[in-house]
Design a protein around this ligand. Structure first.
Ligand code: NAD
Ligand code: GLY
Length: 349
């Protein structure tokens, strides 16, 4: 197993390895002293892992379990308020803690509830999807969706511990696992040619423990430099601005990971057309996405995509910050005038 230490406004450990779910109580007790633990999970994860999580937690504290329906639709204001009321009925105090057992939906909702219940109680992330393991469980972004858009209410609030049991990924449907692979590929393109080469060589058979730990280290470094997303952390949005457009325009029939893959492909082609990225690097990025059976194109027009990208919350005035690869392991934040966006996307289609 591997440990990564994150030094943000709250410092915490991220453990990655097999069988860690059974150590959940022991690892919490080494850091926190709750009398009661609010275990939050979803309706698909609960039948798979809640019994084991409870067995690990019960020697340490009383457990109160809250199960949300699986899926993004649960990351909403109503579910959030129900969770807060549940915690109040169960009389959790500020010395107690929450555990988020599940993917990014459970993690974001639980984190936001932890940030706001009693003005903040501790929480522990137990990611069970690849996306949650390499991205959402680390770095302290918590949020719920509003009817007006995704992640519009939230807080920066770091967990006290992250424990990723890599065995839990074995029950993920392959399609959802591949969605997480788009985020893993993103880290290679952003920061790490060796990680990228490992993915090129191994495809879906990559070394899970080593790769997740490497992605967490890379995210840890970004968060240490820009915890509150005022500069460099924007780079983690590689492929996301265009990807959000693809998700929205497809009526969310294209999943997040696949939309990000399409976004990475489009910005890589456009960056090569602009002369920013070598054509050889562009071709390697497209090839690795295809090796993971991720899509690299869309039938949505550049005009429609530009419109959707401009309604993204990352827009700043009359420019939109695009993250563009200059080489594998080296990406740039390029402020792009709104009026040039459609032409840019056309070059990448
Ligand atoms: P998810 O949480 O909806 O999980 C996907 C599906 O997999 C769900 O149906 C879930 O029940 C199921 N599942 C989870 N673990 C399983 C397992 N081990 N075996 C079988 N099924 C399992 O989706 P996700 O992709 O993990 O997360 C997406 C969310 O994460 C979005 O809401 C996104 O906004 C958020 N996100 C947050 C951050 C951040 O920094 N906070 C970063 C990226 C994404
Ligand atoms: N997933 C983007 C971030 O954590 O900033």
């Amino acid at each position: 197993m591997k440990w990564v230490r994150v030094n943000a406004s709250r410092a915490y450990d991220v453990g990655i390895g097999t069988g860690l779910l059974d150590r959940l109580g022991v690892e919490i007790a080494a850091r926190l002293h709750p009398q009661k633990i609010g275990l939050v999970t979803d309706s698909r994860v609960a039948p798979l892992y809640a019994t084991r999580a409870r067995a690990a937690l019960e020697p340490v504290a009383e457990v109160a379990e809250f199960v949300i329906p699986a899926g993004e639709a649960s990351k909403n204001g109503q579910e959030y308020l129900s969770l807060l009321s549940f915690l109040a009925r169960e009389k959790l105090t500020r010395s107690d803690c929450l555990v988020a057992l599940g993917g990014g939906v459970v993690g974001d909702l639980t984190g936001f509830a932890a940030a706001t219940y009693l003005r903040g109680i501790a929480y522990v992330q137990v990611p069970t999807t690849l996306l949650a393991a390499v991205d959402s469980s680390v770095g302290g972004k918590t949020a719920i969706d509003l009817p007006e858009g995704k992640n519009l209410a939230g807080a920066f609030y770091q967990p006290s511990l992250v424990l990723c049991d890599t065995d839990t990924l074995n029950t993920l449907p392959e399609d959802i696992f591949r969605d997480g692979c788009a985020e893993v590929i993103k880290y290679g393109v952003l920061y790490d040619p060796a990680l990228f080469a490992h993915l090129e060589e191994k495809g879906l058979g990559f070394d899970r423990e080593a790769v997740i730990a490497r992605c967490v280290e890379l995210k840890r470094d970004v968060v240490a430099r820009d915890e509150f997303d005022r500069g460099e952390r924007q780079k983690l949005n590689l492929g996301h601005t265009v990807g959000h457009g693809v998700e929205a325009k497809s009526g969310f029939t294209v999943s997040h990971g696949k939309a990000v893959a399409i976004g990475m492909a489009i910005v890589s082609r456009a960056a090569a057309e602009m002369g920013l990225c070598q054509k050889e690097d562009r071709d390697r990025i497209l090839a690795v996405l295809e090796r993971f059976s991720l899509p690299v194109s869309t039938s949505i027009s550049p005009e429609e995509l530009a419109k959707a990208a401009l309604s993204d919350k990352k827009r700043a005035g009359n420019t939109v910050n695009l993250i563009l690869p200059a080489a594998i392991g080296d990406c740039r934040i390029v402020p792009t005038p709104v009026a040039q966006l459609e032409g840019f996307l056309k070059a990448g289609m």
